[in-house]
Ligand binder design. Structure first.
Ligand code: GLN
Length: 243
């Protein structure tokens, strides 16, 4: 008999970094897995522990204010770096939003000039911009092979992120700022590691991305779900942003 299917999710810094409803991403992943008969465990991972992160299929890391990022960066390099690297090497999926995305890279300079070393998992860096970028975002992420090819979300950040050579963005900005407001890129998609500025939450209105993450994390093709309601929400936001 095949073993029961189970998805193990780690919620990194669940208490310290979770703003603009980022937790909704976990609800979406859980429900879309459970609707397909896949059991889901979500484990909140905090500071001051060095858990075996390579036991997880998917790592989720939400956004945070500079203050929150200052709270976790030291713990990150001491207690989590090795585990996250091991998980990624084993093929685990990472989804990091805004503040989490910024700390996946080489460093993040806060709005008041403090340079926080990041995980160095990706060749990116983030520096403060002259203003906060706040508003709805529409991007074209067609290179991921998703349908529809657009992603909708909400950004609120002052950091400007730059991708090193050889890194591909999650998508191209149609409306909004994205990584830095200069090169038209939004987020990053490097193997199974995804970073983005899109809150919203991101996944409830982008079910096609949720399913891509689930399929990669489980290593299998998923049965389709009726996503009429989710895609109607997606289309409504996309139309509003384009107005
Ligand atoms: N503190 C970071 C910035 O302002 C990230 C903010 C966020 O996660 N929304 O750029």
């Amino acid at each position: 008999m095949p073993s029961p299917r189970r998805l193990r999710i780690a919620h990194l810094y669940a208490d310290e970094m979770n703003i603009y409803g980022d937790r909704g991403n976990l609800l979406t992943l859980r429900k879309r897995a459970e609707w397909r008969g896949i059991a889901v465990d979500v484990t909140a991972i905090g500071r001051d522990s060095a858990p075996e992160l390579d036991a997880f299929d998917l790592l989720f890391w939400g956004g945070g204010q500079d203050r929150d990022q200052q709270l976790v960066f030291a713990d990150l390099t001491v207690n989590k770096a090795e585990g996250i690297r091991a998980a990624v090497a084993r093929g685990a999926v990472v989804l990091a939003v805004c503040g989490g995305y910024q700390l996946l890279g080489n460093y993040y300079v806060t709005a008041d000039g403090q340079k926080l070393p990041g995980l160095g998992l990706l060749d990116t860096y983030t520096v403060p911009g002259p203003r906060r970028n706040i508003g709805n975002v529409l991007i074209d992420a067609g290179r991921l092979g998703i349908t529809p090819p657009t992603l909708v979300g909400f950004e609120n950040h002052s950091g400007k992120t730059y991708l090193g050579p050889g890194l591909q963005p999650l998508g191209r900005v149609i409306r909004g700022t994205g990584n830095n407001g200069e090169d038209g890129t939004e987020g990053v998609a490097a193997g199974n590691v995804f970073g983005t500025y899109l809150h919203g939450s991101l996944l409830p209105k982008n079910p096609q991305l949720a399913d891509l993450l689930l399929a990669r994390a489980l290593g299998e093709t998923l049965a389709p779900l009726d996503s009429t309601v989710e895609l109607a929400a997606h289309a409504m936001v996309a139309a509003r942003v384009l107005r």
